[in-house]
Design a protein around this ligand. Structure first.
Ligand code: C5P
Length: 413
């Protein structure tokens, strides 16, 4: 019954999702669905008031698990102990003013608040209420107390409210933001926790005139998958990408650029801060040297135009010396022949600690597809060929090696 995606990074992780009585409860069905889709086992605990807004059946439909409502269920009085002990994260959304008050006081008058007292994992509270209620000193006091107790407050956001006189804060954070924050809590002990990862991705567009450009077929999928995978592993991630139709990955600082030179300018000041730098962008090697200021018009030209090219910066090579000592550099080589020999030469030439080689001519690998077949090359190791896999799983495998190199201190200096 559980929906399955290409991978389930939170498989085996348990999340208690508390829902208290606010109109925003309907949005939390999406949170439950997304967490489940990412592999988590989601136990939804609803207050009586929450059940006035959304029926438990909606949550049961998306999690495939029974919704818990009473402290004293058929499973016995110990259900709150089990829930709290086994949870890897607890998230309450929406958290009403009343829930904040009870959490702040350490009360235990229902299943959710008792679970809060038992839990020792990260707890996130996502307040949502009328803006006047949120502005009341008693509510702000309780929110402060909750923070002092170690609970993480997510939101409230500002924006339109169900019944709001202003655009003041009170709105539940967006479901994708809540999922991102839960993910951050689950990644807190991941292999890249506390590390910074910088990723380049996508193609570049080099203008010929204001409407035409020289580009390539990169979709950005591989780089985006790496950024997301690094974030799921606990890293603080910056993604610098050329034009891509893909959405910003959850939790990742995403910087969008057009040209190779813009990418270089965005990457250069950030390389020195990164523990892992992944150069997954397909940067154009050459750009039209002198793009026309006006759109070129056929009628005004004498035959086909000739475009002169200038060399673009090689971002990987030119940022080599800026890397922090011990940082791990990962590069890509997309070749159409003589794959391993050319890839190994590129690894050495550009100073990559890990090189991901793939053959552009192979079906199911390279540009514009959801899967990839790559071989991982490292100094002093036999090449490691991987089977054809979905790009998110390839990303996980690449980062697992990068994390191992980082731990062993093999990174370039
Ligand atoms: O030489 P080639 O383009 O095949 O090298 C590929 C590797 O170098 C990739 O990791 C790519 O992201 C990086 N690169 C770069 N800047 C360029 C060209 C390639 O960072 N201008």
């Amino acid at each position: 019954m559980r929906p399955t995606g290409p991978r389930e990074p939170w498989e085996g992780r348990r999340v208690v999702l508390g829902v208290t009585g606010g109109i925003a409860a309907y949005k939390v069905v999406q949170v439950a669905r997304d967490l489940t889709r990412l592999g988590a086992e989601v136990d939804v605990v609803m207050s009586r008031a929450a059940r006035e807004f959304v029926r438990p059946l909606s949550f049961e439909g998306v999690t495939g698990r029974p919704v818990l409502t009473e402290a004293f269920s058929a499973e016995g009085a110990a259900v709150h102990i089990r829930l709290g002990r086994e949870a890897d994260a607890v998230c309450v959304a929406p958290a009403t003013a009343d829930l904040l008050a009870r959490a702040a006081q350490g009360r235990s008058n229902d299943l959710l608040t008792t679970t809060l007292l038992v839990a020792r994992c990260p707890v996130l509270l996502c307040p949502a209420m009328n803006d006047r209620m949120w502005a009341h000193p008693a509510v702000l006091d309780n929110a402060r107390r909750c923070r002092d107790l170690g609970y993480v407050l997510v939101g409230p956001d500002s924006g339109p409210l169900a019944v709001g006189e202003a655009d003041g804060p009170g709105r539940l954070s967006e479901p994708h933001e809540i999922v991102a924050r839960v993910g951050r809590a689950l990644g807190a002990d991941g292999p890249l926790a506390g590390r910074r990862v910088l990723v380049t991705a996508g193609p570049t567009r080099e203008p010929i005139d204001p409407v035409r450009y020289v580009g390539n077929r990169s979709s950005g999928r591989m780089g985006f998958a790496i950024a997301e995978s690094a974030w799921l592993a606990g890293a603080q991630v910056t993604l610098v990408t050329g034009p891509s139709a893909l959405d910003d990955p959850a939790g990742v600082e995403t910087i969008r650029v057009d040209t190779g030179r813009q990418m270089f300018d965005a990457v250069r000041p950030r390389v020195g801060e990164a523990d892992v730098v992944v150069y997954a962008a397909a940067v154009a090697d050459f750009r039209p040297a002198d793009p026309a200021a006006e759109k070129l018009k056929r009628r005004e030209m004498e035959g086909p135009p000739t475009v002169a090219f200038a060399e673009n910066p090689d971002i990987a090579r030119e940022t080599l010396g800026l890397r922090r000592e011990g940082a791990v550099a990962v590069g890509f080589a997309l070749e159409t022949s003589d794959l391993l020999a050319r890839a190994e030469a590129k690894r050495i030439e550009k100073g990559f600690d890990l090189l991901v080689a793939n053959d552009a001519t192979e079906a199911g690998a390279g540009f514009e597809v959801e899967t990839n077949r790559v071989t991982l090359l490292e100094a002093g190791r036999e090449p490691l060929p991987l089977p054809i896999l979905p790009k998110p799983i390839v990303a996980d495998r690449i980062l697992a090696r990068a994390a191992a190199l980082l731990r062993s201190g093999v990174g370039s200096s």
